[in-house]
Design a protein around this ligand. Sequence first.
Ligand code: NAP
Length: 251
Amino acid sequence: MSTVDLPLNEQVAVVTGGSRGIGRAIALILGNMGLKVVVNYARSSDAAEEVVKIITENGGEAIALQGDVSQAEAVDTLIKTSLEKFGRIDVLVNNAGITRDTLLMRMKSEDWQGVIDLNLTGVFLCTKAVTKPMLKQKRGRIINISSVVGQMGNPGQANYSAAKAGVIGLTKAVAKEVASRGVTVNAVAPGFIATDMTEKVKAEDILQFIPLGRLGTAEEVAGMVRFLATDPAGAYITGQVFNVDGGMVMA
Ligand code: NAP
């Protein structure tokens, strides 16, 4: 049986970093599709509660759970609490991420480690924590937010590029491990999306690399996540990377 067989309003999604930016748009789109949503956040409790409020005002169900997903204990608590509250997890969106940009020559070990700890190890920890319940229920959708930078590199982002490339490798390996139990694992690789993360990026520096000639929106990335999480086609797609990047990377 695939996830498609379960009504969306009986499904539960955990979105890491669901308080702002792309994660917020993902939480809202899944909440509006009827899924119960766990909105994870690290610091922005007001923003996370606002996401919960919007979902519940629209007739859905959601809770905000604080937890730094780079920390194993916090991840265990996040997944345990989600299971206690909703009884199951059908969709995990590994979205939480940070940048600490600087040229390699100036990059401190803590800049490297901080980005790897959240953007790569965090994906490992959350994926591992949901794998057991998903394998048991023989259904699940794991969606990892990577980046075009993990495919093409970017000066000043050796740490971030390495983490996001690592997410793609992790996605493919785990996809092969869990496929026989109806669990799919895919990555989404956004290009430049207008969020707090890119507020310092100067449009004139990057627009020449974007064939569609503009930054993307968080909602456009969320639309791809919604497709993988809820469309019937999602049951037969695994180990793939989907670019939502205005044409930056054409494989
Ligand atoms: P953003 O606006 O900076 O939001 C980041 C989110 O991650 C926030 O909700 C934040 O929560 C959460 N977060 C940060 N540290 C966390 C931690 N330790 N534990 C749990 N949550 C944490 O970033 P964004 O642009 O939406 O990016 C979302 C994802 O897309 C990231 O993985 C990013 O690398 C990726 N991405 C973004 C772009 C882009 O152009 N924006 C492009 C490619 C990929 P708090 O507010 O509570 O700290």
